[in-house]
Ligand binder design. Sequence first.
Ligand code: GPV
Length: 825
Amino acid sequence: KGKEKWPRGDEKVWKDGLRGVDKDVPDITRSVVHHVQTSLARQAYNLDEAGAYQAAALSVRDNLLVNWNETQLHFNSKPTKRAYYLSLEFLMGRTLDNALLNLGLKNKYADGITKLGFSLEDLLEQERDAALGNGGLGRLAACYLDSSASQELPVWGYGLRYQYGIFQQLIGPDGSQLEAPDPWLQHDNPWELPRSDVTYDIRFYGHSERVDGMKAVWSGGQEVLAVAYDVMIPGYATKNTNNLRLWESKPKRGFDLNSFNAGDYERAVESSNSAAAITSVLYPNDHTTFGKELRLKQQYFWTAASLADILRRFKNLDKPISEFPEYVSIQLNDTHPTLAIPELMRILLDEEDVPWDAAWDIVTRTFFFTNHTVLPKWPVPLMQHLLPRHMQIIFDIVTVEKKFPGDREKLARMSLIEEGFPQNVRMANLACIGSRKVNGVAELHSDLLRATIMKDFVDFFGISKFFNVTNGITPRRWLDQCNPLLSQLIADTLKLPKATFLKDLTRLEGLLKFEDDPNFQKKWAAVKQSNKERLAHYVQVTTGHIINTKAMFDVQIKRLHEYKRQTLNILGVIHRYLALKAMTPEERKKVNPKVVFFAGKAAPGYYIAKLTIRLIVNAARIINEDPETKDILSLFFLPDYSVSLAEILIPASDISQHISTAGTEASGTSNMKFCLNGGLLLGTVDGANIEIAEEVGEQNVFFFGHLTPAVEDLRYQHMYHPVPIEQKCPGLAKVINEVSAGRFGDAGVYEPLLNTIRQNDYYLLTEDFDSYIQALKLVDEAYQDRTEWIKKSIRTTAKMGKFSSDRAIQDYAQECWNIESNKLP
Ligand code: GPV
């Protein structure tokens, strides 16, 4: 920007702003100037956008702090039942825009900042995502915090303050994924409040000695310090501002002075390093748990600190410990926080002198467990070493064993301990028996839980312990914030303030009245078009490619996983490319142009998933350069998928893909985001896709593939009666042979990926490929009739009310937590 004038904006405003001389300078401008000069100790001269962002954020934070303080006071003023959401992941994304919208201050800040010579929109781009999560599970936790605060519910989140969030994804010269660290705290984080006064000692290792029967003493080992950092969670259009408390690990007393004095510097820093290591990095493995000691340490450190904090808050109420569940409900987000169950037992037994049965009664009235997928387990020897007292307690929890004295097989299935070498602790079984209720995250998933992995427990506890809460998304971020044009169009059309439908998403049904109105249809299409242009601009700036925004935009963005079947999608794209190549130029002229977008990270050690990325990137390099087809087919893998990138991609999609093998995707939540933004859905009969179709009508979605009940049989067939792929699915075989022969370079490189399909094809690509291609054809045909397509799009948005996370949080509040809304005056 070379010869810029300093200061930017109006010099008088900068000068008078701080001293408050000029009555015309708005408070907001004054507050930003104040933070530039005091908090940042900088001047108007040479202030860059990063600095201006910091000052604006600190100014907004002042507003949040006032509300946050009032909320805490309000809820402390009388004994209130609270709920706590324990999640190892909170995928928050950016905060500034969301905070401004929730506070209703966005326009005022935009004006105030313009006076200082900056643009709010540019400053928003300065913020780094808080990416303390892998994918759906972590983003769900973030949506639930927003909905809890927005509905004035007393809900706190508890998690870890990782020094490094999910890794940054780069694409190497050969097209493969490379990983770089995400040092997101490198610059000051204005959204957190360090609480050096809120700390707890957390013990690991050592030994546990039982004195007179039940009472035990756990001592020795390593002690580390948990330090609290608070993140303010503003509700939408309310003063209520909740808290997310994240724990940082620190050495209990800096250096070990004895070793230090003895000259053993390395020994002295070793223990301090190992304490700090606990919260250093988010594990980048989605769904899978490896038996890694540091991961188990994270889980215990976090659950122990959170429980100690919850207990201290309860004790302020001065109630008998037996009433703990009357004031505290704790939601376990998957099995990650399951150690909270034996930890609360340990506290009650060993510190509070509660007898075993009474303690177990308290525990099983406090916890609620949400299952998001299959069953992780921990090796008994590792648990015994790290948490000796907890291992004793787990061995003592014999509820289940007592009730079925005869049935050995059932007992073995339900046991907390899986026999073998080594033995394993089954965390899902422990979470189930230690909780009041257990839920899955979509109807199909909850049905599957009851029918399969939880079946024995259903027989034991009765069906009413097992229920469903279909996931949801916050309409504040996933409509108003990411798609302001659509949000405004809806408000204008329904003649409602935005807050009305953003707080009650079922109000969108009002749009159905306008689906046939050509004028409205035109405006609807214009919004989609401008979101497509916004995405095209992003792609041009970041990759240099120019995109045809008149083409259909087809999007699949999610973690790379075999079960999510990005491989099916890319092989489908290649199939399309080969078909286009076989056409005459005349035929090609009639083809609907299409741009396919992929984004998503693979776990660094997930070899097959990384090969899929490499295939997408290299296929794109060939396809996008092909003069015969590039106007009608192009393909992009956008690196480093994040919440902020999703906010650009989702509003721009015409069609999005959710194509997991039936019965494998517990729910999915991006499917809801696309549909809320008027994108149509192409998917399998899986997870929440089913409920979306129920809401919007099957004629408005594109379904394909085998159904869940068929999957097991097909897999059995593949195992015991394999049929060569050429026979089973010639169309797919042809595509695979082209890839194998090196049509997209790297001959030989993709064999391990292709072999997963040629061999036992666990995720059933050969079974679903033909109906997938058929469904893509139907999508093309439907897109030709643009008016009908727009109507489908309007209907889809209109029927998304059910999928607000406000509804999901209401379900939890009523079915589990038994808490009530309490609005600040
Ligand atoms: I377990 N999920 C996730 O993102 N990470 C995990 O470790 C586990 C589950 C996801 C599921 O895969 C999605 O289907 C679901 O929508 C999401 O959790 C939220 O429930």
